[in-house]
Write a protein that binds this ligand. Sequence first.
Ligand code: ZN
Length: 183
Amino acid sequence: MSDTASGTVGAFARAVAFATEAHRGQVRKGADADPYISHPLAVVSILADEAQITDWVTLCGAVLHDTIEDTGTSYDDLETAFGTDVANLVAEVSDDKRLPKQVRKQRQIERAAHASSRAKLVKLADKIANLRDIAGRPPATWTRKRKQEYFDWSKKVVDAIRGTNRMLEDAFDATLARRAQLT
Ligand code: ZN
């Protein structure tokens, strides 16, 4: 455990508080309309509890992973608060929202293979969390076809980064198998 700005449990606690504040008022698309922060916390839990990832930069990046993409947070905000490594990691897993959705989705597939190992871990856990939500508590308006397409696209992203972490890939595949039960 290093003593850098992002290398302590104190920094991780700050990251949780920062993300909670940044996502304040946002809700998940699922039928239960959970507070948005439940999603980055689920991603952290998958990394820390299920895959025993202990790298603080990865865990801080995971809890902050949607702050650039979905809130008013900038790269500079993250760099100031958590250091360059965390800011770079979050930037790496952020889609460019100025691009059309289909382009963004295609870019995720193309770029996944070239991502850093930390970014690959966050992406894997993010895809697991999202598929679990869609299988278990789907958005009320989503048709079965839309859910299946989301599963298929997620598989393409994960297929590009296989060989990163066995536990996470197994957890992803177990979740992917729920595609057959989607309604
Ligand atoms: Zn996410």
